[in-house]
Design a protein around this ligand. Structure first.
Ligand code: SF4
Ligand code: SF4
Length: 192
């Protein structure tokens, strides 16, 4: 399926088309050497290797790329970016795919990036991860009534082990260096 067809269901079509074109431009110099895949610590769990991903991007297979779980499994370790002989910012490419999926993905694709959104927002508001709030927000974001049941046994085990404290208050005021850092990233990423 062409990139154009893949975007047809999205109401942000123009934004997505532009973002995908920029990504294609970014990885256009890929010579398919496989160095990024060879050094990736998460490649064993990916359904499409980073090398194969860039080939699909260059050939415009947006729908197939977004349907993959590869970009959601990228932990932004930057190993690939440091090692790429063509100087391609592979990690930034994976981040671009996360943003594309978030803007224009199907419900299933959004599940992959939804956790990232909620996780980062949780840190921005609390100054650190607050696990109980995080999972509640994740369940609300996913709008899946069965999801809490799936995680309930794990939550109970963590509570018994003293790993989560549902009633602990956050004293973070949303100011200081962390707030400045979030503002800078939003500026760099042109986030709304
Ligand atoms: S390391 Fe760079 S050139 Fe080699 S396959 Fe990966 S992106 Fe392409
Ligand atoms: S930045 Fe992502 S794709 Fe690159 S090596 Fe690390 S986990 Fe793999």
């Amino acid at each position: 399926m062409s990139a154009r067809q893949g975007m047809s269901r999205c109401d942000k079509e123009e934004t997505v088309r532009k973002a995908f074109a920029e990504l294609r431009e970014m990885v256009n110099g890929c010579m398919q050497c496989g160095t990024c895949s060879a050094g990736c610590p998460n490649v064993h769990s990916m359904d499409i290797s980073p090398r194969a991903m860039w080939r699909k991007v260059v050939s415009g297979q947006l729908e197939e790329v977004l349907a993959s779980k590869t970009y959601a499994l990228c932990s932004s370790c930057y190993t690939c970016t440091v090692r790429c002989p063509r100087g391609i910012s592979v990690t930034e490419g994976m981040s671009a795919l996360k943003r594309l999926s978030s803007a224009c993905g199907t419900r299933e694709q959004n599940r992959k990036t939804g956790f990232y959104r909620v996780f980062v927002d949780n840190i921005r508001r609390n100054g650190r991860v607050r696990e109980t709030g995080l999972m509640t927000e994740y369940f609300m974001e996913m709008k899946d009534p069965l999801l809490p049941l799936q995680f309930a046994p794990l939550g109970m085990r963590m509570m018994v082990a003293g790993k989560i404290h549902p009633l602990a208050a956050s004293h973070y005021k949303g100011k200081g260096k962390l707030a400045l850092m979030f503002a800078k990233v939003a500026e760099m990423e042109k986030l709304p």
